[in-house]
Design a protein around this ligand. Structure first.
Ligand code: IPE
Ligand code: IPE
Ligand code: MG
Length: 234
């Protein structure tokens, strides 16, 4: 069985470019092309949710030029793909902080989120200026405000209250998290949400992550025995 929610840490664009003697931006461009075809493949598999880690809270610490290049690529992607999303019945949602993004990018995101909100095909979630720790921090702030205004005892706080205040509110937890580029780490991705996710670490860099490799990973997920702490009947 395919997962209902796949999340991908699209890593290794820079190394892909370096291996070819190209500037890092070429790797990011190739990464966007790969992303488009993976979105299409995911839709065809009938998977309901796809979350893509595009830019982390910590990626702001990269050189200005790289950040600029990435933001320009993102802007271009949002403009070019807008029509496609609507045509392909994709519903877009962006998670992460918005206050550090350019106004023009925020506008494009908001427009796309509204225009695609009645689509009922693939739920595409892009994690942009996203960090799992920041997600939890902002949830704590929201919860504090809600509980203070309503004079509620903090002892009453439930797991559901926390989930409802995370940036992923309303989105099911990822069943499968894939990371490309051969790194074995989560890099501040969906920290809370990944408590029971299955992981798949793939050696190739993101621009080389093709449909065949993706299909293999999806099939391998089908063989996993997910117990969630319980004992499965033999
Ligand atoms: C992933 O590729 C894209 C982003 C993090 C924005 P990298 O840019 O991290 O590529 P490597 O890991 O340096 O090869
Ligand atoms: C994780 O990749 C973030 C994204 C893919 C957007 P990084 O390249 O930023 O992660 P580290 O620095 O190798 O942990
Ligand atoms: Mg990287």
């Amino acid at each position: 069985m395919y997962p209902d929610h796949v999340a991908i840490i699209m890593d290794g664009n820079g190394r892909w470019a370096k291996n070819k003697g190209l500037p890092r931006i070429s790797g990011h461009k190739a990464g966007v092309e790969r992303l488009k075809s993976i979105v299409e493949f995911t839709t065809n598999c009938g998977i309901s949710y796809l979350t893509l880690y595009a830019f982390s809270s910590e990626n702001w610490n990269r050189p200005k030029k790289e950040i600029n290049d990435l933001m320009n690529l993102l802007s271009l992607f949002l403009t070019n793909e807008a029509k496609n999303f609507l045509k392909e019945n994709i519903r877009l949602r962006v998670i992460g902080r918005r206050d550090r993004l350019k106004k023009s990018i925020i506008k494009k995101i908001e427009e796309l989120e509204i225009n695609s909100s009645t689509n009922d095909g693939l739920n595409l979630i892009i994690a942009l200026d996203y960090g799992g720790r920041e997600d939890i921090r902002s949830a704590i702030i929201n919860i504090y405000k809600e509980f203070s205004i309503n004079n509620m005892s903090i002892e009453k706080l439930s797991l559901k209250d926390i989930e409802k205040n995370l940036m992923t509110s309303g989105i099911p937890n990822p069943d499968l998290i894939i990371r490309t580029s051969g790194e074995y780490r989560i890099s501040n991705f969906l920290l809370w949400q990944s408590a029971y996710s299955e992981y798949e670490f793939v050696k190739c860099n993101w621009p080389d992550f093709d449909n065949d490799i993706y299909l293999k990973v999806l099939k391998s997920f089908g063989t996993r025995d997910r117990r969630f702490g319980k004992l499965n009947e033999l």
